[in-house]
Structures are given as structure tokens and as C-alpha cells.
Design a protein around this ligand. Structure first.
Ligand code: ZN
Length: 490
């Protein structure tokens, strides 16, 4: 008996001794559960501007934990700030919104600032982390682009092609920050198309990673290896929240891009691209995932957990593929010369800025027709037994847009009309908030052709089952509609 107990004791002792498997020390679930506490509530959609983040930065200046310095100004003289947190020996630089319309991670950086300046049960965690790493954040590197909600800066320059020439002040600010900090690790934070899928799966690539190459041969050195290992830890951790919804971004070498040059300059820089997530148009859930991804990255960097990861696990992450439509309608019948053929229709919605850049509107178009069975849709409908026909023009002619209420527009949709004639259309508007398209005198029909605007009717046994209005799906049997806008054709 004593011998058995001794054996058990030895076994337990040995097990205890061996058990610290490094990656298991990463904490994320408790941050995931308490995230709302830290979410910067003054930012709650994608379209915020420099003037929205300045008061937050001003507020942060009063907190002793942060050192905030202005590191430059944009072409239009909007200040670019660098925020320092911690005093550890391992330096980490994270920058966001180099592309002005890619704002998801900027929100997450401010959430992290709230996290680091909070006083709660994670105090020990923060203290330990910030003794090991020093974090530097540059939220919104391209404020002029954010002002217009465009990728490029005020002179229409893609700053991510200016890492060699360093012609523009925003690029210089980032390069100077790099020279000043000489970060060991970097996080290069972007948004990608919401229509990427994780490999050949039907899952959206909600987060894509990349270890950028430093030459055309895509050679691997120590700097890249560490980047891959950090990504493996983030990937594994996020997999519990967005299982299968992650991929790798294209690793083609781009000599002019910052990510690639950071690697060249000796910084293990992780590219994180925020993609799409169903019913998360404003990407607030993906922002939370960024928050978790970065906190995970900081932990593995601070504690060296990544060192035990196998880079093969990085290569095993599926590549970005493009197998997602915004709307996919399967198995429709279409009539041609009195004969029916089966087709699928893939519809996508592209977003454009309104003239005042304050908001966005959508143009829905037919991306593809035919056998689309290898694809998936955010909205994905089997239309077996249904027929597709072009949308048509309502018989009435209105004097002005104001003569039509949304309720009346919905009634027209229910009758299969996707266009209504308006005599006095406003001169320059390109869209209407009415759930119908407005046209000048001539009649229009929504021909079912590739690249055409998506305005068509789906019928079953002679009844209208769905109306596709400017790419948006309308179901006449359900009250209300989710059509964001119609278009104006002249
Ligand atoms: Zn980008």
C-alpha cells in the first residue's frame, strides 16, 4: 500500500513538473467575457474620423500609464500619435488604419488602451505583461483617408506602397517610429474584403494572417520564423471563438509595402486582416476578435510561449480564397427560347461613399451566373422549383421622389416592380433611401446578365417569392425590409 502511494506520489510529482505546456498559459476567455467593460463606447461603427479619436487620446493623456507623443502630421495636418505603455525589454509596435477605410483594428487599439488603464481583477496580469513588454500603438496612421473613408491618403497615395520612397508624411511618421523604437515585434493592422473564404471552405475568412516575405524567393529567416510562431498561437487561441474562420493572406513579395520592409528591418511583424462575419456589417464583433488577437499576441511575445511552436502549423493555415457571395441563389429556372435552364446567381454589394463622405450606399450587381455550387453566400437560398425573371417598371409616373413613401415603395416591390419613373429627379443624387430604384422617363428592366445591376424577381407557381432590389433580398411575406438603398438611373 505504501509502495503504491509512493508510486502515485512520484507520478503526480512528475506530472506536475512536466505539465506546464507553454501555450496553455495564454488567457483570453476571461477577456472575451469581460470585453464590453473595455470597449471604447464613443466608437461604435466603421466610419469614425480623426476628430472622433482626438478626444479619446486627449483623455488618455491624463492617465499616468500612457506616454503619448505626436510623431507627425498627415498631408492635411492631422496629427499622428504614438502611445507608449509598459516598461518591458521586448518592444512591440502596432499600427492601424494605414488604409483610411480599414478601421476595425483602430477601435480594438482604443479598447486595449481602456483595458490597460483599468483597475480590476486583471491588475496582476497587466503588471506582469507590462513588465515584460513595452507596447507602442499608432492608431489611425492615415487620418486624411479616414476623413474620406478611402484607402488612400489626401493625395490619393496608397501609403502601403511608400515604404521605400518614404515620400509622404504618414509613411515618414511610421518609419521614424520604427527607427526610434526598433521594435522586436510588430502588428500591421488592416481590413480585407469581406468576401474572402478560409481556403476552399464555405466559411468566411474573418481574420487572415500573414508573415510577409522579405524577398521574391520567400526565404525564411529568424525574423519570419518568430512571426509565424506568434501567428500559430493567435490562430490556436482564436479558433475557440471563430472556428475555421481564419486564413493566410497572399504572401507575394511587395517590395514597397511596410509589412515586408518591417521584416527586412528586423521586426517580426504580423499582418492581421479583418474580413467579414455574418450579420456584422459594422465589424464590431471582429473588432472584439482583434482585441483578443492582440492580447494573445502580447502574451505569447512577453512569455516566449511562441518559441515552442512549429512553423509547419503556420503553413497549415488555409489560404485566403474567394468563394463567398453576399447573396447566392441556387437552382433557379430561367427561360430562354421557351426552354428552361437551371442556374445559380451570385450577387455582390459594393459600397460607395456618399458625396459628403459621411455615409455609404450600396450598388448590388450580378457577379456570376451558372453552376456556382462551389461557392457560398452570406445569404444563401435554395430556389429549387422557382423561376427568375427581370424586374420591371411600375406603370405610374411620379412628379418627384417625395411623392413616394417607403410603404408605397414596398407595395410596388410586392407587385414585382423594381423601378419607378420620376419626372423631376434630383440632379446629382446617385441613390435613394427608398426601397426601390428611381428612373427618368424611359422604362427599365433588370436584365439577368453578368455585371448588370441586380434587380429581378423570383416566382414560384406564379406567385412572387422574392424580389432582389439593388442586390438586397426582399421577402414579401415578411414585414419590413433590409434594403439599405435603391439606385437612381437617368
Ligand atoms: Zn489595408
Amino acid at each position: 500500500m505504501i509502495r503504491e502511494l509512493t508510486l502515485i506520489f512520484i507520478f503526480l510529482f512528475a506530472f506536475n513538473f512536466m505539465s506546464p505546456i507553454k501555450s496553455q498559459h495564454i488567457i483570453s476567455k476571461s477577456f472575451y467575457d469581460t470585453y464590453d467593460r473595455y470597449k471604447e463606447s464613443s466608437l461604435n461603427d466603421r466610419r469614425f474620423k480623426h476628430s472622433d479619436i482626438l478626444p479619446i487620446i486627449e483623455k488618455m493623456k491624463s492617465k499616468k500609464i500612457f506616454e503619448i507623443v505626436k510623431i507627425g502630421e498627415s498631408l492635411e495636418e492631422r496629427e499622428i500619435n504614438l502611445i507608449k505603455i509598459g516598461n518591458g525589454s521586448i518592444t512591440v509596435l502596432a499600427w492601424s488604419q494605414m488604409h483610411g477605410d480599414e478601421s476595425t483594428a483602430t477601435g480594438a487599439l482604443f479598447d486595449l488602451l481602456n483595458f490597460f488603464s483599468s483597475d480590476d481583477e486583471f491588475n496582476d496580469f497587466r503588471k506582469d505583461l507590462l513588465n515584460k513588454v513595452t507596447l507602442y500603438f499608432i492608431p489611425m496612421l492615415n487620418p486624411d483617408g479616414a476623413e474620406r473613408f478611402t484607402r488612400r491618403n489626401a493625395l490619393q497615395i496608397d501609403l502601403n506602397r511608400d515604404a521605400l520612397r518614404l515620400e509622404f508624411p504618414e509613411s515618414k511618421a511610421l518609419k521614424n517610429a520604427h527607427e526610434m523604437i526598433k521594435p522586436v515585434f510588430g502588428f500591421n493592422l488592416h481590413d480585407q474584403s469581406t468576401r474572402y473564404s478560409a481556403g476552399i471552405s464555405f466559411k468566411t475568412a474573418t481574420i487572415s494572417f500573414l508573415t510577409p516575405p522579405f524577398n521574391y524567393e520567400k526565404e525564411i529567416n529568424d525574423v519570419r520564423t518568430k512571426t509565424m510562431q506568434v501567428i500559430v498561437d493567435i490562430y490556436n487561441e482564436l479558433n475557440q471563438y471563430i472556428p475555421g474562420h481564419m486564413a493566410k493572406y497572399s504572401d507575394d513579395f511587395e517590395p514597397r509595402a511596410f509589412g515586408d520592409n518591417f521584416i527586412k528591418w528586423g521586426t517580426s511583424s504580423v499582418l492581421i486582416e479583418s474580413g467579414g462575419w455574418k450579420n456584422d456589417e459594422e465589424k464590431q464583433f471582429i473588432r472584439k476578435i482583434n482585441f483578443i488577437a492582440l492580447l494573445t499576441g502580447f502574451q505569447t511575445i512577453a512569455n516566449g510561449y511562441y518559441e515552442s511552436e512549429d512553423i509547419q502549423d503556420y503553413y497549415n493555415i488555409p489560404d485566403n480564397d474567394k468563394l463567398i457571395f453576399d447573396l447566392l441563389l441556387r437552382n433557379l429556372k430561367i427561360k430562354f427560347d421557351n426552354k428552361f435552364y437551371t442556374i445559380d446567381i451570385g450577387v455582390n454589394l459594393d459600397e460607395f461613399n456618399t458625396a459628403d463622405k459621411e455615409d455609404g450606399y450600396f450598388k448590388g450587381f450580378i457577379e456570376d451566373i451558372g453552376d456556382l455550387s462551389i461557392y457560398h453566400g452570406y445569404k444563401d437560398i435554395d430556389c429549387e422549383g422557382m423561376e427568375v425573371i427581370p424586374g420591371n417598371t411600375a406603370p405610374a409616373i411620379l412628379e418627384s421622389e417625395n411623392d413616394l413613401t417607403p410603404v408605397q415603395a414596398v407595395e410596388l416591390l410586392k407587385q414585382g416592380h423594381t423601378f419607378v419613373r420620376v419626372k423631376n429627379l434630383s440632379k446629382d443624387a446617385s441613390h435613394t433611401t427608398l426601397p426601390i430604384n428611381l428612373i427618368s422617363d424611359d422604362e427599365m428592366s433588370g436584365d439577368i446578365e453578368v455585371e448588370n445591376d441586380a434587380n429581378f424577381i423570383i416566382k414560384q407557381n406564379g406567385q412572387i417569392k422574392y424580389v432582389i432590389l439593388n442586390g438586397f433580398l426582399f421577402n414579401p411575406r415578411i414585414n419590413g425590409y433590409s434594403i439599405k438603398n435603391g439606385l437612381i438611373f437617368r
